[in-house]
Design a protein. Structure first.
Length: 348
């Protein structure tokens, strides 16, 4: 509510004109202070760029970093829009398998095996959508060393940072001062403040990179909305009033799904460490994720996302939302279990 009031006050005060191309000074300063505190090293205002949402931010960053024929290393499974973002730059996606036996955390050996002379960017997503995996500090260190050895940029989408589950530490490549010349992180208030419709995002990176990004941003957008910038400055200057509660609820609901489905009728549940989704492995039923999801909707009236929507690496899996109430989740899991049991019975 305070953020809505801040945006409303700003509009009534006439904050509806053109804005600074880098971002309004107040929000840029607030973001620099936020990341200085969170990452434990100085982040200057010349290292901040504000854009409308994480999606626009990622596209602008990729446009600045790569050109046609370059390669971007990207974990598979992946958030559904990433492949389109990369392909629109003329670059090529090189999938890096994220394996369930490693908790879907990217492994340095899998990355190293796919580096070529055309590789330019290692694209990370931590916390990860759709798996809920969170890279550990040692993962970040190893991946960072590899990126430096091959002169790669690291782009890290960290929009779920504030939805890390209780007790799970968060690490970012931005933590490491020796990687400061090659790391760009992207985020927004969409998840942390449950405000995706405001389209308020940003990136943090080297000052020279941000200066090179500025002409592209101004060409694309000619600035962002000042009244949303005022609201965002307030939002990022203090802990989110909703993120902790969301993380606790989503963690509890992921546990409920695990209790209800893991080991039942051949199903396996991957427990997320962050975010708003849980994964269920349905391969034992003999169906793909797409076929299972379609038959589940038809027969049990339960809607889920098939894992194939997020890349070949999640074939035979489902993504379940943790945003529903506990009661609806328990009803849905009961129907999923019954459907899987029916499929196994038919197969026998």
């Amino acid at each position: 509510e305070p953020f809505l009031e801040a945006a409303t006050r700003a509009m009534r005060a006439g904050r509806t004109g053109y804005s600074n191309g880098r971002g309004e000074p107040a929000v840029v300063a607030a973001l620099a202070a936020r990341y200085t505190a969170r990452r434990g090293r100085p982040i200057g205002t010349n290292q901040v760029m504000c854009l409308p949402g994480t999606q626009t931010t990622l596209y602008a960053v990729l446009r600045t970093l790569v050109e046609a024929g370059d390669e971007v290393l990207l974990g598979d499974p992946m958030y559904a829009t990433y492949e389109g973002l990369i392909s629109q730059t003329g670059a090529r996606v090189v999938p890096v398998p994220l394996r369930p036996e490693h908790g879907f955390r990217m492994q340095v050996a899998d990355v190293a095996a796919r580096i070529t002379p055309r590789t330019r960017v290692l694209f990370l997503n931590t916390p990860h959508n759709p798996t809920g995996a969170v890279l550990r500090a040692e993962d970040i260190r190893a991946l960072g060393d590899l990126a430096r050895a091959h002169d790669l940029w690291i782009l890290s989408d960290e929009v779920y940072e504030d939805l890390v589950f209780p007790g799970v530490p968060f690490a970012s490549p931005l933590d490491l001062a020796d990687l400061a010349d090659r790391v760009v992180i992207a985020s927004s208030i969409s998840k942390s403040h449950a405000a995706p419709g405001f389209r308020s995002g940003w990136c943090i990176g080297p000052a020279e990179f941000c200066q090179r990004l500025l002409p592209l941003s101004e060409t694309m957008l000619f600035g962002s909305q000042p009244f949303i910038a005022d609201m965002t400055a307030l939002a990022v200057s203090e802990p989110s009033p909703v993120a902790v509660g969301m993380a606790e609820r989503f963690s509890r609901r992921a546990g409920l799904i695990g209790q209800a489905l893991d080991g039942v009728a051949g199903l396996r549940v991957h427990q997320p460490q962050a975010g708003m989704f849980a994964l269920v492995d349905v391969r034992a039923t003999g169906l793909s994720g797409t076929a299972f999801a379609a038959s589940l909707l038809e027969r049990e009236r339960v809607a889920v996302m098939p894992g194939e929507s997020f890349g070949a690496g999640l074939g035979g899996w489902l993504r379940l939302s943790l945003t529903q109430t506990d009661e609806r989740i328990m009803e849905a899991t009961a129907r999923i279990a019954a459907h899987a049991a029916t499929l196994l019975g038919n197969a026998a």
